[in-house]
Ligand binder design. Structure first.
Ligand SMILES: C[S@@+](CC[C@H](N)C(=O)[O-])C[C@H]1O[C@@H](n2cnc3c(N)ncnc32)[C@H](O)[C@@H]1O
Length: 243
């Protein structure tokens, strides 16, 4: 897929057939999203305010050596593609697909990747709860700050497991404190409220965060070969390896 192609149709992941009712309900939810209406605000916060976990991610996923050429990485709920682009710039021989359900976030990611001269990053508008690809498609999966707004994290983790190859690994980063994690949502709700764009957005007012035990339990539901969860400052992390 070319960097400027925004599509709901086939991309690097292809596209599953959905019933008309499901597709219509999904499209409505996608359109009624803060990440759609005030996309630039989230992109600004992501680029300039939030913690940058790129080095933590690299140290966890590739502790001993660089990724093999041809490694296929997917970032789900990639937003403006911050991590996809960082990894793409750092490892030019790795191929990265960022997926997000928001057309504006995908468009932002594509534009930034193009302006940064990245040819190994593609972005696609896709529901992370129903990734339109075969089982065992990716070597590596990353997700950051996704569960704060996702209604069904258990299903997302099951999808993570499904799309990873045997021996594949995922790295997940989530905020720990509802107060801090809700500030960006609050700012987005506020901006959406004072502009004409507000249209019954589907995101919660308050970010969802997990206790250490609940975070661990979320990942324990899948039959990983190994997995670990840990906390570091305002964030918690999971690193999982598929058998
Ligand atoms: C809080 S942002 C996180 C973005 C990015 N990962 C980061 O680290 O900043 C959550 C993103 O998930 C996307 N999202 C929410 N539900 C989704 C779904 N079911 N499938 C794909 N993306 C989804 C939103 O559009 C938004 O861009």
């Amino acid at each position: 897929m070319q960097p400027d192609a925004i599509t709901h149709a086939a991309g690097p992941l292809g596209q599953k057939q959905r019933s008309t009712t499901t597709a219509t309900a999904e499209s409505r939810e996608e359109a009624d999203s803060l990440f759609e209406h005030v996309a630039w605000l989230y992109a600004f916060l992501r680029e300039h305010i939030f913690r940058d976990d790129t080095l933590r991610m690299i140290a966890a996923l590739w502790p001993e050596r660089q990724p093999d050429p041809g490694t296929e990485v997917v970032e789900i709920g990639c937003g403006p593609g911050f991590y996809a682009r960082k990894l793409g710039a750092r490892f030019p021989s790795v191929s990265i697909t960022g997926v997000d359900r928001s057309a504006n976030q995908v468009q932002w990611a594509q534009r930034r990747a193009a302006s940064e001269g990245l040819t190994n990053c593609t972005f696609q508008r896709v529901n992370a709860l129903m990734l339109p690809c075969e089982n065992a498609r990716f070597h590596i999966l990353i997700a950051s700050r996704l569960f704060t707004i996702l209604p069904d994290p258990e299903r997302a983790v099951a999808e993570m497991y499904r799309v990873l190859k045997p021996g594949g690994r995922c790295f997940v980063a989530e905020p720990r404190h509802a107060f801090w994690a809700s500030i960006p949502l609050f700012a987005m709700w506020l901006l959406a409220g004072v502009t004409h764009s507000r249209n019954g957005c589907c995101e919660p007012r308050k970010a969802k965060v997990f206790s250490a035990a609940a975070f661990q339990k979320l990942f324990a539901a899948q039959p990983w070969k190994n997995f670990a969860t840990w906390r570091d400052g305002r964030y918690q992390y999971a690193l999982c390896e598929k058998a």
